[in-house]
Design a protein around this ligand. Structure first.
Ligand code: DGJ
Length: 717
């Protein structure tokens, strides 16, 4: 569909929504998806449809069967409710009746539908919000809850969204794991009852599972076939997805903040706004659903979504805590020799009374360690400027080591149980961000550094501990607000940083795995998917995160993890994300350095395609011993294919890889790049049609262990 036709269809949809099919039908529609509600005779709101776009408005009148859109506790349904409150008289029932709905155009192609519901026995109002991103088929749902009771209303559950599906079968793909084994994909059929995906970790909240899922409908969806609903919650704290198959084999999906230890006492006049739940629905497999998310994220959600990303050299694995000023200056020289854009100074540069020589102390004391950096950050910023590279710095501002001046001075700022021994995760505790003074302090870490050293041009924001010893000295009697208010406090800080430093790129890090959600990514330009940089593991980990996040968000560093894999293999895995290095150049041979220099140059040329193009996952690493992914520029003029042989079996049959996303009527020149000195390739500037490449494909795999290829494909105009 051309842009003009799309816009006309969008306009027609807006016009239709206010007239053609009657006031009791509420349509939340994108280019290919419809979510439809209807007001029942009893004024209760029913979801009557979710699926492929319905083309004829007159048919909508026949959608009469439905289920309570936002199920309440205490009424006649026997399954998990979306909302559960407790009124001032301790009655906990809620019956929500339709009052009104409105549709607003937020920007070109983005509309918001707001449905207002109220209880006629208690003054409680619930507003269901749906924001539709027409072109990308993404729908954002959130809920606002308010009331006019005298005393606070207790909110025991408060989902962002509830969706109903009625299909033959449901297959849930989850992405669970642990530190260094993140986002392992596994699929199970849902049977009667509940499956819950949740976290109670508070801060490093996604360590065991991130806030996203895929739901295949009728059959297990493939990359290019099948119906799949993909959802994710924009919340950097405890979340819960509940999938419940009821007695009629219908599925209910409830998404939101995890209600665990989170009863919220809401005063009258305040509005409780839930986090955003984002979802897309694809009728042609997971690949399309991922591309919907990638396009939407770049356009609407991700910080500097359409902007460039920098290559870098990080010193973490090269030095750990053991460095001094001269060593850092010499590493900056390495960054220049490599040809990357930035040098990133990691953990270990701060604290004096308890210098940060290991992870046991110093966290919280954000001044340079004099012994290590006698001339402070100034010298480093100056050296970077002299060498014409960008300087970035690591911080972990939400945390404190008990062995620190901050802890000695401000124990009242630390989440800890007043009457029990402290329990530490990585020798540290979490600061109480529900407290505005602590928010000021955390903001001050970034602001203080930026004010003193305006040359700092990048932050890596780490977060290595979940909330342990859950008790807030600040919240006193409202302890069950802590998980929620912590995250809100964090967002306050990040809002202030974004307002004051709108163009400051920041990496969201959390020892890997801990934080990757679309609310956080409105403040951060990229995230650190895993501390595990073994390229084989990364093939799986990046495959997992790529389901939801575009390549430009996935930091991928070349390190010394798994030296059995060549520097070429390690670099080529990292080139499928935001490329960085975390190695000592002295560990590389001259040939390896020559290879890296050329690979970085190639990456810089390919960046627009990898970071902003369409991604096609061609062969899954879960299928066997090979994997391949390709990226195609939006205008189909350039593409790059990455192919990896992991551990092929002896005499294994190799299949051609069918390319995707090209123009079948155009010719393309196919050329292998990133060759190591002296290497030959069978792909030397041959010309094929897009048709051939997509129907016959290329024989890019080999029987060699840990072999990799990068193939550049350029349209001949
Ligand atoms: C965990 C991060 O994932 C690492 O990259 C590094 O920054 C360390 N923290 C530093 O303590």
């Amino acid at each position: 569909m051309s842009m003009l036709v799309r816009k006309l269809v969008a306009l027609l949809c807006i016009l239709c929504s206010v007239s053609a099919w009657g006031a009791d039908v509420i349509r939340v529609g994108t280019q290919n998806v419809d979510l439809i509600f209807r007001v029942g005779e009893n004024k209760r709101l029913k979801q009557v449809y979710l699926g492929r776009k319905l083309l004829n408005d007159q048919d909508l009148q026949y959608l009469t069967e439905g289920q309570e859109a936002y199920l309440t506790h205490g009424m006649e349904d026997y399954f998990e409710p979306a909302i559960q409150v407790e009124h001032n008289d301790h009655n906990s029932s809620l019956e929500l009746k339709y009052i009104s709905h409105e549709k607003k155009a937020l920007q070109n192609g983005v509309d918001e539908i707001i449905v207002t519901l109220q209880d006629d026995k208690y003054p409680v109002t619930v507003k269901l919000h749906y924001v539709t991103y027409f072109d990308t088929d993404i729908i954002k749902a959130y809920t606002e809850i308010s009331h006019k009771e005298k005393k606070p209303l207790l909110l025991h559950r408060y989902a962002s969204s509830m969706l109903h599906l009625d299909k033959k079968k449901y297959f849930l793909t989850e992405f669970s794991g642990d530190w260094a084994t993140e986002v392992h994909e596994s699929t199970q059929e849902l049977q009667f009852g509940k499956k819950v995906l949740d976290t109670k970790l508070g801060t490093r909240s996604n360590m065991f599972t991130p806030p996203f899922f895929q739901l295949s409908l009728n059959n297990v969806a493939e990359e290019n076939a099948g119906e799949v609903l993909m959802g994710t919650l924009g919340w950097t704290g405890n979340f819960r997805f509940t999938f419940e198959v009821d007695n009629l084999k219908k599925l209910r999906v409830i998404s939101g903040i995890n209600p665990y230890f989170s009863t919220y006492s809401l005063p009258a006049k305040e509005v409780f706004r839930t986090p955003d739940f984002f979802f897309t629905y694809s009728f042609s497999g997971k690949g399309q659903a991922s591309r919907n998310f990638h396009d939407w994220a770049r356009q609407y959600q991700l910080k500097d979504g359409m902007g460039n990303r920098m290559t870098l050299l990080n010193n973490w694995e090269a030095t750990y805590f053991d460095f001094d000023e001269e060593m850092l200056v010499s590493l900056m020289g390495d960054a220049v020799k490599l040809g990357v854009d930035m040098f990133l100074l990691d953990d270990g540069w701060f604290a004096n009374k308890y210098p940060r020589h290991s992870d046991t102390q110093g966290l919280g004391d954000w001044t340079e360690t004099r012994d290590k950096l006698p001339n402070g950050i100034t010298r480093l910023v100056d050296e970077a400027a002299k060498k014409n590279i960008i300087f970035g710095i690591w911080i972990e501002p939400e945390m404190v080591n008990p062995k620190s001046e901050l802890y000695e001075k401000h124990k009242d700022w630390v989440i800890h149980l007043p009457n029990r021994d402290e329990y530490y995760f990585r020798n540290q505790l979490v600061l109480d961000l529900s407290n505005p003074e602590v928010q000021d302090f955390v903001f001050g870490v970034v602001d203080g550094l930026m004010t003193k050293y305006p040359g700092i041009a990048y932050f890596k924001w780490d977060c290595n501990s979940p909330i342990t010893n859950i008790y807030s000295p600040y919240l006193k009697e409202n302890q069950t607000h802590l998980y929620v208010d912590y995250v809100r406090g964090l967002y306050n800080v990040l809002d202030r940083i974004k307002a004051k430093y709108p163009n400051l790129p920041m990496m969201l890090c959390s020892g890997g795995s801990g934080r990757a959600d679309y609310k956080a990514l409105s403040y951060f330009t990229e995230f650190w998917p895993s501390d595990n940089t073994d390229p084989i593991e990364r093939l799986f980990i990046q495959w997992g995160y790529s389901q939801f996040f575009p390549a430009k968000t996935l930091c991928a560093h070349v390190t010394t993890w798994n030296k059995k894999a060549s520097i070429k293999f390690r670099t080529e895995v990292a080139m499928m994300g935001k490329l960085g290095f975390d190695i000592k150049l002295s560990d590389l041979t001259l040939d390896e350095l020559t290879y890296c220099n050329a690979a970085i140059k190639n990456y810089n040329r390919l960046k627009p395609t990898v970071l902003d193009g369409n991604m096609y996952r061609l062969v899954s690493p879960y299928e066997g011993n090979h994997t391949s992914t390709m990226f195609v520029s939006k205008d189909k003029s350039n593409a790059v294919l990455f192919a990896f042989d992991i551990y092929p079996r002896y005499a294994e049959k190799l299949h051609n890889v069918l390319l995707e996303g090209l123009d079948s009527e155009k010719l393309y020149m196919v050329n292998e790049i990133n060759l190591v000195p002296g290497q030959n390739s069978p792909f030397k500037s041959q010309v094929y049609s897009g048709d051939y490449l997509m129907k016959v494909g290329l024989n890019v795999f080999t029987g060699k262990h840990l072999n990799s290829r990068v193939i550049e494909i350029i349209r001949k105009d």
